[in-house]
Design a protein around this ligand. Structure first.
Ligand SMILES: [Zn+2]
Length: 469
């Protein structure tokens, strides 16, 4: 027993210094300096955003993004780079949508966009009375007698006094995702949803919606309206309950098409069968160029492997970058990656995702048991010099979620979220709204955490128990 405590103590002294005699503090300093002075994330993002553009699953651009990121990873001198096949949905917006309402025979145009997965209106568009509601309870109270044959207008705004805008988003997004499915139950013929945006502006924000198990003939077209137009429409409805709303959209769902996750790996020097992954999603919505969602996460994850190399770190464990396809409207890439990992019995000890925008990093959220969370809290002070020390238990990312086990850790990078929903899924999610230094700080922060997990592994108490046994 005593022998083991002395051994454990000696080990703990040794592990704070790596083979190069570098402390964790100096390793992190090297990583941050390298990212800020010699990072590659911004250059990659420029290409992905400006040369390729929006990368909706199943589109030509998504295919170009697969080829581009694979070629860039191949230049990094990794041990392996490969494509993992996956079938993805293909939905196209078609010609730009049109919408207006009529008040005293005057046409007032409004900004809308079809929600992802929605059906089109017929070719002449759809015109009807419109009923404003704020939630599904209100819809139920109004009932079929007030809804049938009309358009339902969901107008519950994001809650402005929540500090995490993701919580505000979570409080609203059911209107977008399930609004059509719910309204159709009462005989509605179309749905207009207030954009998930805390700012007042003219940009409609798309995003996924679902008809659930609604039969095809009962499906109704569903679109988002800009926050400015939602407010104006709401005011107009107060003085004229009978106003007519018109919209036309031309979207179409096709058969699934083949696509890929893009994967690169540095094989571990000591524990090659323990995997640490970093990732973001390669697909985006089609309105902007997807720079924040999730071009930023893609290029930061790519740079993690490069920054480890540039900082002279030889990982003991296998480090993978995974660029997931089809997070936005299906999560097919993440589901397939997790399926294959399980099939191959790969031990994923830690998975980190960046999918909350390329803004200044504040810290991480961890889906981890108490032991594992305490381990990471022990590293928190290392991040303080970079003003990045918000470590929270609970939540990770959509793409890494399927890899969670009882003993491993999955996590999400947490950047400042105040401006994220100004851009999320809208035509202003573009490259010029990403700040180079903020993006690079995010890449460094992810690299630093990967460095620590690589060096110490996960769940050290379990390991100690194993040694004793
Ligand atoms: Zn995203």
């Amino acid at each position: 027993m005593r022998y083991f405590s002395i051994l454990a103590f000696t080990l703990s002294l040794l592990i704070s210094i790596n083979v190069n005699g570098q402390t964790d503090e100096s390793a992190l300093k090297t990583i941050y300096s390298t990212s800020l002075t010699n990072g590659k994330s911004y250059e990659w993002l420029d290409y992905l955003s400006n040369e390729i553009g929006g990368r909706l699953s199943g589109s030509k651009n998504a295919e170009l993004a697969v080829q581009y990121t694979k070629a860039e990873l191949e230049k990094l001198g990794l041990d392996k780079v490969w494509l993992q096949p996956v079938m993805v949905p293909k939905w196209e917006r078609g010609e730009k949508e049109e919408a207006f309402y009529l008040i005293e025979n005057q046409k007032k145009n409004v900004n809308i966009c079809a929600l992802g997965g929605s059906i089109a209106t017929d070719e002449n568009g759809l015109q009807a009375n419109i009923v404003e509601v704020h939630d599904f309870e209100e819809l139920e109270k109004l009932g079929r007698e007030n809804i049938e044959g009309k358009i339902v207008f969901y107008n519950r705004p994001m809650q402005a006094d929540l500090i995490s805008t993701f919580n505000a988003y979570g409080g609203c997004v059911n209107q977008r995702y399930a609004g059509a499915m719910e309204a159709a139950k009462y005989g509605a013929i179309g749905v207009i949803v207030r954009s998930m945006n805390l700012r007042q502006d003219d940009f409609p924000h798309t995003g996924s919606m679902s008809y659930g198990d609604l039969p095809v003939e009962q499906r109704i077209p569903s679109a988002a309206i800009s926050t400015n137009d939602a407010n104006v429409l709401s005011v107009a409805l107060k003085s004229n309950k009978d106003l007519q709303f018109y919209f036309k959209q031309n979207c179409k769902q096709y058969e699934d098409v083949p696509s890929y996750n893009v994967i690169g790996e540095i094989t571990g020097s000591e524990y090659p069968n323990e995997y640490i992954i970093v990732g973001g999603h390669l697909d985006s919505w089609d309105l902007g160029d997807g720079a924040h969602d999730d071009g930023a996460g893609v290029v930061q994850s790519m740079d993690v492997l490069r920054l480890l190399k540039e900082s002279g770190i030889t990982p003991k464990r296998s480090i993978r970058v995974v660029l997931f396809m089809n997070e936005e409207n299906g999560l097919r890439g993440a589901t397939e990656y997790a399926r294959v990992a399980k099939e191959n019995n790969e031990n994923h000890i830690f998975a980190l995702e960046s999918d909350a925008g390329g803004f200044t990093p504040r810290g991480f959220s961890f889906s981890a048991n108490d032991t594992n969370f305490n381990q990471v809290l022990g590293w928190q002070s290392l991040f303080k010099p970079y003003l990045i020390h918000y470590f929270e238990q609970g939540g990770s990312g959509a793409d890494v979620g399927p890899l969670k086990t009882e003993t491993n850790v999955v996590a999400g990078l947490r950047p400042d979220s105040q401006r994220y929903f100004d851009h999320h899924h809208a035509s202003n999610d573009t490259f010029e709204h990403v700040n180079k230094r903020e993006l690079e700080l995010g890449a460094a922060t992810m690299t630093a955490l990967v460095y620590l997990y690589d060096k110490y592994g996960v769940n050290p108490i379990t390991k100690e128990t194993e040694i004793k046994n």
